[in-house]
Design a protein. Structure first.
Length: 81
């Protein structure tokens, strides 16, 4: 039978390290969530700017929808000016 002696310093060190690991995990999760939110907001702003730019060029709503659809397919806007 193996006997070990309880050591408060060792126990506190282990708990401290566990707390750091948990904090890092939570920070990463929160950072990812915030990054996604910011990316969505920025994407909406860029889409709005693109829409207004195309509208200023005199394109119809249908033409704008077609061009914006090309963006989602990775074909670019073809925006002038």
């Amino acid at each position: 039978m193996l006997m070990t002696e309880w050591n408060w310093d060792d126990a506190l060190d282990v708990r401290y390290e566990e707390g750091i690991s948990e904090g890092i995990e939570q920070g990463i999760e929160q950072g990812i969530e915030q990054g996604i939110e910011q990316g969505v907001v920025k994407g909406r702003e860029e889409e709005r700017k693109s829409f207004l730019n195309l509208l200023d060029q005199g394109l119809s709503v249908d033409e704008i929808k077609q061009r914006l659809g090309q963006i989602t397919r990775g074909q670019g806007l073809g925006v002038r000016g």
